[in-house]
Design a protein around this ligand. Structure first.
Ligand code: NAD
Ligand code: TYD
Length: 390
């Protein structure tokens, strides 16, 4: 079923009546309403802020179910911005989504809403399949129906202007696990190995299939591990900051030599805005920090910086390092080759890891109340289940 909305009709009439030539216009010139899903989460909150500040003439709609990972505290500073709107809605509930679409008539969707933590996906895979696969399919169906797509634009035959865009935010984990050598590039075959990465891979496939079949104008970016302010303290870096502050054990899975490529979250938000503005339809862009660390080395650097900031003797918190039972199916190494986004769109990370880590620690030290609020209640139940029997 195709839904008809006044803005779609207006745009079509407008283009004919006033003879506007869309082809030479910049991507988002005709996009008035940008819906960002998952905007109350870690990365989403930084993306929402960037768009609200950079595009005062566009409406930025933050759609989020406010799960354990969603927190409107992250966006308190935007509450009174005239171009910012929040809608509490669950992407697995099609009726809730429809209401938001009818009310705000989005021209573009930047889709970040997801279950995002590998350890939780091992405990409860179905939640990931529901949100990441079914939820993404719901959003895709709605965009297909809402945007009255032109089937001529399927098979990758997309126009060089954009009225609409489905921009899907994904992860490097879809590519699987690397050995000591090599990097993930945009053409690396998918080989996901955890329920989380498999559910994200499925969602990436669905997005490309809707592009190929219905002509949905889409872009996908796959990013490496993020860190920075507002990250929920179940992920490695904020978990360890929180545990150092509380002098609790720092759980290192397995031999600690698992390797990740870390990117400061504000640099990811900048990459997303750059891709939104300049990226080509139906393309994939890998985003990474050119910044690989073995977990154990990273946590030692973290300890060094936190101890220094707290005025503790050097290495004082190293006694908290605790090797624990490994994560099942743990991917050994991720490393992104981000040459394409650098060469084609001119993006590169703006801060070094040491600077980004220092800013991150400062944020957690200055926001102990935020940390206290999110580490009470259900967090404690999760923590017990995840760590106390290891
Ligand atoms: P997060 O867990 O911090 O935030 C997810 C947000 O989605 C939360 O606000 C949550 O309330 C919302 N959400 C969850 N289920 C929902 C549902 N059913 N309906 C509506 N909203 C729902 O995640 P994050 O770390 O900010 O990651 C955001 C996106 O970026 C995800 O798609 C993730 O796969 C991707 N990504 C994350 C990283 C990383 O290192 N964190 C790296 C690459 C890609
Ligand atoms: P995480 O932050 O969960 O991200 P991802 O699994 O998506 O890469 O974990 C980063 C790395 O740190 C990963 O190799 C698992 C490891 N890790 C630990 O050693 N201990 C922990 O308590 C956590 C949460 C992660």
């Amino acid at each position: 079923m195709h839904l008809f909305f006044p803005n779609v009709i207006f745009k079509k009439i407008n283009s004919v009546t006033f003879g506007k030539d869309f082809r030479h216009k910049n991507i988002n010139e005709f996009m008035k309403n940008i819906l960002i899903s998952g905007g109350a989460g870690f990365i989403g909150s930084h993306v929402v802020r960037k768009f609200v500040e950079k595009y005062p003439d566009k409406n930025i709609i933050n759609l989020d179910a406010l799960t354990y990972a969603g927190n409107l505290e992250n966006l308190r500073d935007l509450e009174n911005a005239p171009n910012y709107f929040f809608e509490k809605a669950d992407i697995t509930q099609i009726e809730e989504l429809k209401q938001v679409f009818e009310k705000h008539q989005p021209d573009a969707v930047i889709h970040l809403a997801a279950e995002s933590h590998v350890d939780r996906s091992i405990q409860d895979p179905m939640a990931f399949i529901k949100t990441n696969v079914q939820g993404t399919a719901n959003l895709l169906n709605l965009c297909r129906d809402f945007w009255s797509l032109n089937p001529e634009y399927s098979h990758g035959n997309f126009p060089n202007y954009r009225e609409n865009l489905f921009y899907h935010i994904s992860t490097d984990e879809v590519y699987g696990s690397l050995g000591e050598e090599g990097y993930f590039v945009e053409t690396t075959p998918y080989d996901p190995k955890s329920p989380y990465s498999a559910s994200k891979a499925a969602s990436d496939h669905l997005v490309r299939a809707y592009g190929n079949t219905y002509g949905l104008p889409f872009i996908i970016s796959n990013c490496s591990n993020n860190y920075g302010p507002n990250q929920f303290p179940e992920k490695l870096i904020p978990l360890c900051i929180s545990n150092i502050l509380n002098q609790k054990p720092l759980p290192i899975y397995g031999d600690g030599k698992y390797t990740r490529d870390w990117l400061y979250v504000l640099d990811h938000a900048e990459a997303i805005e750059t891709i939104f503005r300049k990226g080509k339809i139906a393309e994939t862009y890998n985003i990474g920090g050119f910044n690989e660390w073995k977990n154990i080395d990273l946590i030692k650097e973290l300890i060094r910086q936190v101890d220094e900031k707290l005025g503790n003797p050097e290495g004082a918190s190293e006694k908290l390092l605790t090797f624990v039972k490994d994560r099942p199916g743990h991917d050994r190494r991720y490393a992104i080759d981000a040459t394409k986004i650098n060469r084609e769109l001119g993006w590169k990370p703006s801060v070094t890891f040491e600077e980004g880590l220092s800013q991150t620690i400062d944020w957690y030290l200055e926001n102990e109340e935020w940390l206290k609020n999110v580490t009470s209640g259900t967090y404690l139940e999760y923590y017990k289940k995840q760590y106390l029997s290891r």
